[in-house]
Design a protein around this ligand. Structure first.
Ligand code: 26V
Length: 832
């Protein structure tokens, strides 16, 4: 380096330090300012107020860019996409926003200078638990990727007062407690925009009348009970790119605080209860992610979301283009996150027909070319159907429109399959039990229908939606899910981030395919050692979480075997428990040759009304209790049920995991996304050929994946003659496991409590066919144990899993949605 170059470099570093220094000072000042002046607290106040003050300080750095982004999207003719979702499982925001703003180091320093720990402050933030699981978290990852890709996408959702319930474990049972997360306010991560308030109508009747403008017969929806929708905007910053997108969450309020006529007439109670009926709409997230359809309040929630959001978009359009809707579909696209917002099809028709007096065919042309539907499940019990009488009572006008959509659609069916009455019956949006089938409404009204992993999309075409596929083959496509590496690697795994930085730089943060470069170091001794060390540190962190939440000690050199997800029979936590019991019984019988010490974590919430799932939690806890307290077992096996599994827990769990359990019955898990988080962080998967596991296996190769179990066609074939006793009779280990379970060994003072579980897996009607996969699962787990003993081999598998996870970034997923469905132009605005 020449003297001049050296001088230039030194100058640059000095300038940089100064810049950093001034940012540190600004952050400190901002923090102290908000703490004193806005929150009225001292620097030494509770970490919660420190978190609020720091968040205000951070938000200041977003506001200007947020405004600029908003204007860039609304000036000129720019196509926009709207992601309509009943769930956005955001988790915490502070850490993420610091990362995307690129000020983590400065903030850490600023807090350090004030004698505070950034980590403790970050830990004081409550999760925004506005979702159940996969579908809700996916929406949040999508928002992050769209902002990073500078795509003009806006999220629309509901601002639930109570998020996903908190799970406590008492004597092994799940206890649900309300999560009143808004009790402390979501400021400063939301801004109320009362100026964009909308009115949503419910109930009443429709009446035919002759429209004086057009002399045509039209329908009037009258005597409705109205509810106000108040929007709260949440900033979604892209990664270091000055884009800040918007997530708009609606909150329900009464039209007037009291109905004064009722109040004056002395009906105080009725007046106030009307108000609370209105506000009830956004009071609580429905916590069951598969069943319990048909609840009136849920239908109200769905219509409330859809109507407020569509009015929002259409009113802005109307205003900007003086009521000319010619190009509406060219500039607006709505992505429906499952069928939950599929009323959008009927509601956009209603707005165009009734509010803007458009002709049916013209309106239908617009609607059916700007709606796109994503399916997230094949389970029949999760497919939404609403009873017509309920629909009629709550939404008489949208129902009329659905009848007309169906009438015209069935004419098309009759043209395609002349004289085929069965087809008409099978495909009708109104089914034979007088229910509105929301999936069919969504398909009929959309130009795109996609599944969320290759296998899942194929199964939709072959099975569930086969008739529709034959009618409109071009509508169907696949968009394999992903996760955002910014939250799930860069911010939750700082050790890994530092190691990657030293080897391949930081481009992977916005281009995950770059991760493949670490394969160049797979034989590099020093790199391999560092990789192991990072995993070891992360396991330490996870062991601390386990200790803190369950009291169980996890030795860090054991194999950390993890299954965290919603508790559901199809996900087969039971198969995992059977394996644990098998290990325990092997230890008790002294069969411990070549033993690998193992720590098993299971975590997840059961829907409050799902008795079997709750019982599975109880079983895990009882087994854990026996295993952990048996002196014969010692460190050979530890079992912990992590309570209250949520986004912020997963941020600690996935970096510390060795084995990722993805063991659903083949053909049942649409995609899975936890599988991707684990893989990125260097865990090895034990999995069935289901959902996105198929693509994970394809990426890493069979030598880096532990595949087991029946394939989808084998499951379907065996279903006809499934006989669990055949497996029990021919498998000594299985008999030992069931023998222990049936003997009451795990429920000595609670007789009979696991009878339902036992009879379900022994039934020839077990839809999940758990016992059919027992042998294959046990053998594969054995192979895992042996592989783990070979530290070098395991390390290689770990590195390769992470190196080949590039395709599972939601950046890739969003690029595909954009390329095939949305066709938006990225907008890089000049924030100056
Ligand atoms: C259904 C219902 C029905 C009744 C009330 C509340 C409620 C809430 C959610 C749902 C649908 C759940 C579907 C779902 O979460 N699917 C998951 O989607 C993930 C993202 O695509 C995917 O990775 C998982 O495999 C899939 O199970």
């Amino acid at each position: 380096m020449s003297t001049l170059e050296g001088f230039e470099k030194a100058k640059m570093i000095a300038e940089m330090q100064q810049l950093l220094g001034s940012e540190v000072k600004d952050l400190e000042e901002g923090f102290v300012h908000y703490l004193y002046n806005t929150l009225g607290r001292n620097v030494n106040s509770d970490a919660y107020y420190q978190f609020k003050a720091l968040s205000y300080t951070v938000r200041d750095r977003l506001m200007h860019h947020w405004k600029k982004t908003w204007h860039a999207y609304n000036e000129g003719d720019i196509k926009k996409a709207y992601y309509l979702s009943m769930e956005f499982l955001i988790g915490r925001s502070l850490t993420n926003n610091l990362l995307n703003l690129g000020v983590e180091t400065q903030t850490e320093k600023a807090m350090y200078d004030l004698g505070l720990s950034l980590e403790e402050i970050e830990d004081a933030e409550r999760d925004a638990g506005l979702g159940n699981g996969g579908l809700g978290r996916l929406a949040a990852c999508f928002m992050d990727s769209c902002a990073t890709l500078q795509l003009p996408v806006m999220g629309y959702g509901l601002r639930y007062e109570y998020g996903m319930f908190k799970q406590r474990i008492q004597e092994g049972f799940q206890i649900e407690e309300p999560d009143h997360w808004l009790g402390f306010g979501n400021y400063p991560w939301e801004i109320q925009r009362s100026e964009y308030t909308r009115v949503v109508r419910f109930g009443g009747q429709t009446r035919m009348f002759t429209d004086p403008h057009t002399s045509k017969l039209s329908s009037l929806w009258e005597n409705t009970s109205d509810v106000i929708a108040v929007p709260f905007d949440v900033p979604i910053p892209g990664f270091k790119n000055e884009t800040v997108n918007t997530l708009r969450l609606w909150s329900a309020a009464a039209v007037e605080d009291f109905d004064l006529t009722q109040f004056n007439a002395g009906s105080y109670f009725e007046a106030v209860s009307d108000k609370s009926a209105a506000e009830n709409i956004t009071m609580v997230l429905y916590p069951n992610d598969t069943s319990e359809n048909g609840k009136e309040l849920r239908l109200r929630q769905q219509y409330f979301l859809v109507s407020a959001s569509l009015q929002d978009v259409v009113c802005q359009w109307h205003h900007k283009y003086n009521g000319d809707f010619t190009n509406f579909a060219q500039y607006n696209v709505f992505q429906l996150n499952d069928t939950h917002p599929s009323l959008a099809v009927a509601e956009l028709m209603r707005i165009l027909l009734d509010d803007y007096f458009m002709e049916w065919t013209k309106a239908w042309e617009i609607v059916s070319s700007c709606m796109a539907y994503t399916n997230h499940t094949l389970l029949p019990e999760a497919l939404e159907r609403w009873s017509v009488p309920l629909f009629e009572k709550l939404l008489p006008r949208p129902l009329e429109i659905i009848y007309e959509i169906n009438h015209r659609f069935l004419k098309q069916v009759a043209m395609k399959w002349p004289g085929d009455q069965n087809k008409l019956r099978q495909m009708s949006i109104i089914d034979e039990h007088n229910h509105v089938c929301m999936a069919y409404l969504a398909i009929v009204g959309s130009f795109s229908v996609n599944g969320v992993a290759a296998l899942h999309s194929q199964l939709l075409k072959d099975g569930l939606f086969n008739d529709f596929y034959r009618l409109w083959p071009n509508r169907f496509n696949n968009k394999t899910n992903g996760v955002t590496q910014r939250r799930w690697m860069a911010s939750s795994n700082p050790g890994l981030r530092a190691l990657l930085k030293s080897k391949i730089g930081e481009e992977w943060i916005t281009d995950l395919s770059q991760l493949s470069k670490i394969e160049d170091f797979v034989h590099d001794k020093e790199f391999r050692r560092s990789w192991m060390k990072v995993k070891r540190e992360n396991k330490k962190r996870l062991a601390q979480l386990v200790k803190k939440t369950t009291g169980v000690d996890f030795p860090e050199d054991s194999l950390f075997d993890v299954q965290v997800k919603r508790i559901h029979e199809y996900k087969r936590q039971l198969l995992n428990v059977l394996h644990v019991i098998h290990l325990y019984s092997s230890i008790k019988r002294g069969q411990v040759d070549n033993w690998t010490n193992r720590c098993v974590i299971i975590g997840g919430k059961a829907a409050p009304g799902y008795a079997m799932a709750k019982n599975i939690i109880k079983l895990v806890n009882n087994v854990a209790d026996i295993v952990n307290n048996d002196p014969d077992v010692g460190n050979k096996l530890k079992v912990a049920f992590i309570p209250n599994y949520r986004v912020s827990a997963m941020e600690i769990i996935c970096p510390g995991t060795d084995v990722s359990e993805q063991i659903s019955t083949a053909g049942k898990e649409a995609s899975g996304t936890g599988n991707m988080k684990f893989m990125m962080n260097g865990a090895v998967t034990i999995g069935t050929l289901d959902g996105a596991n198929v693509e994970i296996l394809e990426a890493v190769g069979e030598e880096n994946f532990f595949l087991f179990g029946l394939k989808t066609p084998e499951v379907e074939e065996m279903r006809h003659h499934y006989n669990p006793h055949h497996f029990i009779d021919s498998d000594e280990d299985l008999r030992a496991v069931l023998g222990l379970l049936e003997s009451g060994h795990f429920n000595q003072f609670e007789p009979g409590i696991f009878n339902d579980i036992i009879s379900s897996i022994k039934s020839s009607n077990d839809p999940w066919m758990t016992l059919a996969d027992f042998r294959s699962y046990i053998d594969t787990q054995k192979a895992i144990g042996l592989a783990f003993q070979d530290h070098e081999r395991w390390n290689t598998m770990s590195i390769i899993n992470s190196a080949r996870s590039g395709v599972f970034s939601t950046d890739r997923t969003m690029m595909e949605y954009n390329r095939d469905i949305w066709k938006l132009t990225p907008i890089a605005h000049n924030a100056k």
